[in-house]
Design a protein around this ligand. Structure first.
Ligand code: SF4
Length: 367
């Protein structure tokens, strides 16, 4: 048959320079990558690799590990060698760990100019080491650790201050003909963060890593990240993303992936179309939607499942989906590809949907 037309997106991607973090292309020629950061002690190689494996399974494209001590720096080579996804070493305070991380074969290094004293003097050596090894560098400016000089000049971490810090560091690398840079200018306030990235996007053509820093616990952090990333991605701004949550990092990957899928910036996998239910509902929609989602989450096919509480919008949505239920009178009409295949009592709706989903998955139609 005819190939499906590409899913519409909201914005045209901003043109950027390209770079590679290990095998993952970063920049406007490549899909937007989802990142997270491990919470284990990096020096605990097994625990760190275990968490990286979980992140990779959840869909993480690139992982960052903290490197606050010599023991952590010593662990980088083993982690970089065994990780299934590229590893970025996160360096604050000690420039010597930058050299150690490059030497260890990390796929990229994140430096925070505000936190590396005498960093500017060492840029030449860092640029040479990184260039020799083909290691890109992320300049990660953070509102909480803005360069003291810029904090004094701007009074606080304004969008202009964040951008000035990032561009200053980038210019130091550029002086040494090093351009494999990715930049982030994170702030915990989505409005300031969005403005900072807009200014940065106008001022340079480096790829940008999006993040609302210290965004809060899962619910608040999800909303802040979703609105901020949405505002930027709508303008085509953003090449990698990280959702920061005070929650396990796998949750960050789920949210980041879902944000990209919602904007058609990544192919949708399981897409549950379920109604909020209302006074007309004739089945327990919350329970059905939760059961179907739990059973089908993680299925690796682009399946759209409609779970609808009554006949107002039910048959319409169920017909449009790959699979669906339109409920009425304690029964559910099960739709597959727009056709009613059977009617089952409420108690059997969830299991029937799950059965049919697995049948569709096995049919090879989605291969
Ligand atoms: Fe209410 Fe029916 Fe719409 Fe669900 S589908 S919200 S039950 S009218």
């Amino acid at each position: 048959g005819m190939p499906a037309p590409p899913a519409p997106t909201l914005g045209t991607r901003r043109r950027t320079r390209q770079l590679h973090v290990g095998p993952v292309g970063v920049g406007s020629d490549f899909p937007i990558a989802v990142q997270s950061m491990t919470t284990t002690v990096t020096a605990d190689v097994n625990a760190t690799l275990q968490q990286i494996a979980e992140l990779s399974t959840a869909g993480c494209d690139i992982v960052r590990v903290a490197c606050p001590s010599q023991d952590d720096a010593d662990a980088l080579a083993a982690i970089a060698a065994k990780s299934p996804i590229p590893v970025i070493a996160d360096i604050h305070f000690q420039p010597r760990y930058v050299f150690a991380a490059i030497e260890a074969g990390c796929a990229a290094i994140r430096v925070n100019p505000g936190n590396i004293k005498k960093f500017d003097d060492q840029v030449k050596d860092i640029a040479r080491a990184a260039k020799d090894r083909g290691t890109p560098i992320r300049i990660g400016v953070n509102a909480g650790s803005l360069d003291a000089r810029l904090l004094a000049k701007h009074g606080r971490a304004t969008p202009e201050a964040l951008v000035e810090s990032a561009l200053w560091e980038a210019s130091l690398f550029a002086e040494h003909d090093f351009h494999d840079l990715k930049i982030s200018v994170k702030h915990n306030d989505p409005v300031i963060m969005v403005r900072a990235y807009e200014l940065l996007a106008e001022a340079c053509d480096y790829p940008l890593h999006l993040g609302v820093t210290e965004a809060g616990p899962a619910f608040q952090g999800t909303v802040k990240s979703a609105v901020a990333f949405g505002a930027l991605l709508r303008q085509g701004i953003g090449d990698t993303i990280r959702v920061s949550l005070s929650a396990p990092p796998v949750e960050e990957i789920k949210v980041g992936t879902q944000i990209l899928q919602a904007l058609n910036l990544r192919p949708r996998k399981l897409d549950i179309v379920s109604c909020p239910s209302c006074g007309r509902a004739q089945v327990d929609v919350y329970k059905l939607a939760a059961e179907v989602t739990a059973a089908l989450e993680g299925m690796d096919i682009p399946l759209r499942v409609a779970v609808m509480g009554c006949v107002v919008n039910g048959p319409g949505e169920a017909r449009e989906a790959d699979l669906g239920v339109a409920s009425g009178n304690g029964k559910g009409q099960i739709f597959v590809r727009g056709e009613v295949i059977r009617t089952v009592p409420e108690s059997r709706i969830a299991e029937t949907l799950i059965e049919e989903a697995l049948r569709l998955a096995e049919s090879g139609e989605f291969a």
